[in-house]
Design a protein around this ligand. Structure first.
Ligand code: HEC
Ligand code: HEC
Length: 235
């Protein structure tokens, strides 16, 4: 039995066509250079990001565009601690835009979310709209916390090594793309800090990664617990 090459080509293109027209589960995240690559520059904006940052966004439009995100991040933006979905309510719009664009380009690996984050499903302008909508949502402070056993250690590490960027109360810095960490779920903070130390979060800030290199697992647990309890400033 000898299938004709043209027939094989036709079968392949049919499969490819189906993959494009079918559901999001067929989209695979691309891979772009990250912190593991020599000469990598943190936060150098690409076209997609510049478009979103320059756009005059609307929270009202963002509310409707956010529908595709709700299944995981919840209608109130509080995320789900048990499933490791971060709280997005109250996060800086610039941070949301940067993280989305890093995920789209493949600078931050997130295979679970990628099918819902690509340009075929959400435009750069819609991302900007979603980002202002989320920034205005109140932070839910019943977030998941740690066991509370090493908060003194957590505070001393945080004040010494983290507060200069993430702020004394975990408020972050919108202008510099530093995330707010106050009110975030403990499990997520723990995972992201581990991943950043071990270069698994490939879009992480290199100065932060340098600081984290000396951190043992117990330090990471203590500082994550402390961050999860920082009080978000009321909007
Ligand atoms: C299938 C579930 C799922 C859907 C749908 C989803 N996300 Fe996510 N999202 C995740 C997961 C999981 C993470 C955390 C990944 C990690 O640990 O790095 C995440 C992380 C993020 C982050 C990074 C937050 C931070 O603090 O760095 C942003 C921003 C985000 N999502 C926005 C969105 C937006 C906007 C949408 C809709 C367009 C969306 N997500 C849809 C699962 C999802
Ligand atoms: C030089 C500034 C800087 C310092 C110092 C710093 N960070 Fe960060 N941190 C960042 C930036 C920027 C990001 C977002 C990275 C990116 O672009 O994806 C981040 C992200 C994080 C995240 C993930 C937040 C999210 O929403 O996904 C955690 C957790 C975190 N940092 C913990 C720490 C801890 C713990 C320390 C202290 C030991 C620390 N950081 C010190 C700049 C810093």
């Amino acid at each position: 039995m000898n299938m004709k090459p043209t027939l094989i080509a036709a079968a392949i293109s049919l499969l490819a066509f189906n993959a494009h027209s079918a559901g999001p589960e067929f989209h695979h995240q691309p891979h772009a250079a990250g912190i593991e690559t020599y000469g990598y520059t943190w936060n150098s904006p690409d076209q997609d990001m510049n478009r979103a940052l320059a756009y005059k966004a609307s929270a009202q439009r963002g509310k409707s565009a956010y529908k595709i995100c709700k299944g995981c991040h919840k209608a109130d933006g509080s995320g789900q601690a048990s499933a490791d979905y971060p709280q997005l309510a109250g996060q800086h719009a610039t941070v949301i835009i940067k993280e989305m664009m890093d995920i789209r380009a493949g600078r931050r690996d997130n295979p679970r979310m990628y099918p819902f984050a690509g340009e075929w499903i959400v435009s750069a302008e819609e991302i900007a709209d979603i980002a202002v909508y989320l920034n205005h949502l109140p932070v839910n402070d019943s977030n998941d916390k740690g066991n509370g056993k090493n908060l003194a250690l957590g505070k001393s590490l945080y004040d010494k090594d983290c507060a200069s960027c993430h702020g004394g109360n975990g408020e972050g810095d919108a202008r510099k793309f530093y995330p707010r960490v106050a009110g975030q779920h403990y499990e997520y903070l723990l995972r992201e800090t581990h991943e950043s130390r071990d270069q698994g979060r490939r879009n992480a800030n290199p100065e932060m990664v340098k600081v984290l290199k000396s951190y043992g697992d117990a330090d990471i647990e203590a500082v994550s617990d402390y961050m999860s309890r920082l009080l978000p400033a009321k909007k």
